[in-house]
Design a protein around this ligand. Structure first.
Ligand code: HAM
Length: 416
């Protein structure tokens, strides 16, 4: 038997209530904050992701679904949503629009990861990008949006971690200090960190290995090395977050797994939980990315949240979510003449805006009623020979078990 590929899932009808709830809340928040939807292709030129995410990141080194297509082009299934949005911004000359351009997406994301709870090879993200403004008030807006979404969904006990990793001016001297520090302790580092030390020193701060973690406590902190401008930017951001009553924790270990970030980085996770797959959302500022992709210098900030992780957390917290409606009416019948009536009536109900199912094939009335029960409808309509003659139907209220006979042409109105 075939199975869904490892790390992917079918989202079956009972799960759809969660998905539809999350997507509706996300779209509503975007409307409130003035973000408009963008959709980009599922795959892009592989170089777009290598350039933006960074060659020495886990995503580019190990996780991209890349292949050569039949025309010989190198293609990658989207491993994140920010670079495609920047590509579209440049390609469609969005720098000519009033800035910042506020965009959002809901998209499937592909990463060849080791599957476990909350970590999949295909997952879905809701993300926002605000492009074309460096004001820290925009960082605060994006963080506020993320927080507002989680609160609106009914999630509780979340914690916001915040850090600033500086810019092209202040980061290189900081990285030198960091490298010197870790080099002094090289013998104690895990194999991964020893390897990363030369190429991607910042990621050492992120290592979950207990010995590396202990070393990280004493490691130089990026916020102590910020240049004047980055320092002011960070100070203003913190002021705006306070103004918006958003509680945050300064986390010097927070660096994120993509290379394009400058200044602000943040993550939101259930309080007290740590680990690679607990963050339900994260993002930050990426002021150099657009230029790296061939556009004009365009400061920008954004965030994304994993929809599967939202579903997991909503379930864990037993959050009350609205269940998608089931059909209202099931139409059952006895005999061929009644079936003609039933088919006509079902079509009429649907056209009148009342969701309806008709019984199919020749089942006993008992079997049809059982089917009506299982399908979760609120009403069953029964048509027998007598009803055909008298142009009426029997309407049964499933919850109350009561029934009444009403003229067939009054049914839609009665149900409404
Ligand atoms: P990211 O932190 O890699 O950031 O992913 C964002 C969110 O997607 C994570 O917080 C997590 O909820 C979810 N996620 C990531 N990987 C997986 C996975 N394998 N399985 C399930 N869920 C996952 C980005 O992708 C950036 N583009 C965010 C951003 C937008 N930064 C600026 N703008």
């Amino acid at each position: 038997m075939y199975q869904a590929p490892r790390g992917t899932s079918d989202i079956l009808p009972p799960e759809q209530s969660y998905w539809s709830y999350i997507k509706q809340k996300a779209a509503a928040i975007c409307e409130l904050y003035g973000y408009r939807r963008i959709e980009t292709p599922t795959f892009e030129d592989a170089r777009l992701f290598v350039r933006s995410i960074g060659e020495d990141t886990d995503i580019v080194e190990k996780e991209m679904y890349s292949f050569e297509d039949k025309g010989g082009d190198q293609i990658t299934l989207r491993p994140e949503g920010t670079a495609p949005v920047c590509r579209a911004y440049v390609e469609h000359g969005m720098h000519n629009l009033p800035q910042p351009v506020r965009l959002y997406y809901i998209a499937s994301i592909f990463r060849y990861e080791r599957p476990q709870a909350g970590r999949y090879r295909e997952h879905h993200q809701f993300g926002v990008e605000a492009l074309g403004d460096a004001d820290p008030a925009l960082d605060a807006e994006v963080i506020d949006m993320a927080w507002h979404l989680y609160v609106n969904l009914g999630l509780k006990g979340l914690a916001l971690s915040l850090n600033s990793i500086g810019c092209n001016d202040c980061r290189p001297p900081y990285l030198e200090r960091l490298k010197t520090y870790y080099t002094q302790h090289k013998e104690s580092l895990c194999a991964d960190c020893k390897r990363r030390l030369a190429k991607n020193t910042l990621r050492l701060l992120d290592c979950k290995n207990p010995t590396c973690l202990a070393l990280t406590e004493q490691a130089p902190r990026s916020t102590d090395y910020l240049c004047q401008e980055c320092s002011e930017h960070f100070e203003h951001l913190r002021r705006y977050l306070n103004l918006l009553n958003l509680p945050f924790t300064l986390t010097h270990r927070l660096v994120r797994g993509l290379d394009y970030y400058t200044r602000t980085v943040f993550e939101i996770a259930p309080e007290g939980e740590t680990g690679a797959q607990v963050a339900i959302g994260g993002g930050g500022r990426y002021d150099n990315l657009m230029e790296q992709l061939g556009g004009k210098p365009t400061p920008a900030v954004g965030f994304a949240t994993g929809i599967e992780r939202l579903v997991l957390n909503l379930k864990k917290q037993e959050a009350a979510i609205p269940v998608l409606p089931l059909p209202t009416v099931f139409v059952a019948y006895l005999g061929q003449d009644a079936k003609y009536e039933a088919i006509r009536l079902t079509a009429h109900l649907r056209k009148s805006g009342i969701s309806a199912l008709a019984s199919l094939n020749e089942r006993s009335l008992k079997a049809q009623l059982k089917q009506a029960n299982v399908s979760g409808v609120r009403y069953t309509v029964i048509i027998g020979e007598d009803e055909v003659k008298s142009k009426s139907v029997v309407l049964r209220n499933m919850a109350k078990g009561e029934q009444q006979t009403i003229p067939i042409d009054k049914l839609a109105e009665a149900l409404r």
